[in-house]
Design a protein around this ligand. Structure first.
Ligand code: GLC
Length: 384
């Protein structure tokens, strides 16, 4: 019988990690449930898919705190912590495996796994490096991983390498790339552009949540170096990065390109929007753990231009299925976009190879199957 899985995520916002969760839970729907620390759009999506959701008491809140910020500051007071741990532990006793899908969920799930005596799988969606996290947070996470965790799942070689360097145990590590389902096969490019107030000229898009390390400001600077063309920025500040949101809009004004930018906020129709772009840009200035937007763009047959760091290099197969540019350099990004624009043949060449590559490497079914085996392995290991 398939193990009963308790998925735990601290957030109810829908960012990349939560999209992975939404895909995974479908496979465990009959036997599993999800524990969230707060209410929000994720709960609605899960319940609409027929998944059982439990929530921590309303006084336990972690929203409004930066996802990549200090864990110590993010953690609530000790009594609240003890209470939530006990609650997750009680829920875990009705399941065979605990599956932590975010860092904050992981810390509390690790404690709950002791309370409940259940194996713990940690899906680590982050690069555990000092560029992303404080020293104490990395130490705490690695200590809990090495002592209390049965399996750690990471989405890329880049995330695996950072985990090793941080001192994570190799024997429990498994690499499972995000799997992504195909978007709609067709979208009316002209209609989408009209909706966005765009004509037939060159348009590139950036599709990520707004956070300074995701580098949307570099895309704005690159636009300012292009004499013509437009940029679409889709995504919202989901984890307290509202200042960055304002700073981006200010920057667009200061660079004199605000009339050539469309800030769309969070969107649920990303593939449809992507198909109306001439290029999708992935401008992260720190190493990216995965970067689903690159795969989505490849599946939509839109050329990708990405900052060459973290998983982008693997996902674009070293530059053979997309264009890699130095991270944080608006001038190089602008030149790469100019080249694409000047040679439609080049773009066509990339998209043919990229679509085949993305379908082969990043299928949703393959991800669910791999994670299903890891969960089964974890359940067996504890049962011994
Ligand atoms: C996090 C990472 C992102 C990744 C996603 C899913 O949001 O920042 O790179 O695509 O998780 O693993």
């Amino acid at each position: 019988m398939a193990p009963r899985v308790l998925f735990v995520d601290h957030s109810s916002q829908i960012a990349g990690a939560e999209l992975v969760l939404l895909d995974l839970v479908q496979d465990f729907a009959t036997e599993g449930s999800v524990w969230l620390f707060e209410d929000g759009p994720l709960r609605h999506r899960l319940e609409a898919a027929g998944i059982r959701v439990s929530m921590s008491a309303p006084w336990f809140r972690t929203s409004g705190i930066k996802r990549d910020g200090s864990l110590v500051r993010a953690l609530p007071a000790v009594p609240a912590l003890a209470q939530i741990t006990a609650n997750i532990g009680a829920a875990a006793r009705r399941h065979d495996v605990i599956y932590a899908n975010s860092q904050r969920a992981f810390v509390l799930s690790a404690l709950a796994s002791i309370v409940a005596g259940r194996p713990l799988v940690w899906h680590l969606h982050d690069i555990m490096s000092p560029q992303h996290f404080g020293y104490a947070q990395i130490r705490l996470a690695m200590m809990l991983a090495n002592r209390l965790t049965t399996r750690v799942v990471v989405p890329s070689q880049a995330a695996a390498e950072a985990y090793r360097v941080a001192g994570g145990k190799e024997s429990i590590l498994r690499i499972v790339p995000n799997g992504i389902s195909h978007g709609p096969e067709q979208a009316d490019r002209t209609a989408v552009r009209a909706e966005l107030g765009l004509g037939g000229g060159f348009v590139f898009g950036v599709f990520s949540r707004l956070a300074s390390w995701k580098g949307q400001h570099v895309a704005i600077d690159a636009l300012a170096e292009l004499p013509t063309g437009h940029c679409v920025i889709a995504g919202a500040a989901l984890f307290g990065e509202d200042d960055y949101d304002l700073a981006l809009k200010r920057r667009a004004r200061e660079r004199g390109v605000e009339h050539r930018i469309r800030f769309l906020g969070h969107r649920d129709d990303v593939p449809r929007l992507m198909r109306a772009m001439d290029a999708v840009v992935h401008p992260s200035i720190e190493a990216e753990p995965f970067g689903r937007t690159m795969v989505e763009a490849m599946l939509c047959r839109v050329p990708v231009v990405a900052a060459a760091s973290g998983a982008a290099v693997e996902i674009l197969d070293g530059g053979s299925v997309g264009i890699l540019v130095p991270s944080g350099n608006a001038g190089d990004l602008a030149r790469a976009l100019q080249n694409l624009r000047a040679s439609p043949g080049l773009a066509q060449d990339y998209v043919d190879r990229a679509e085949a590559w993305a379908r082969r490497m990043y299928g949703r079914a393959a991800m669910c199957q791999a994670i299903g085996s890891i969960v089964a392995e974890a359940a067996r290991e504890r049962a011994r």
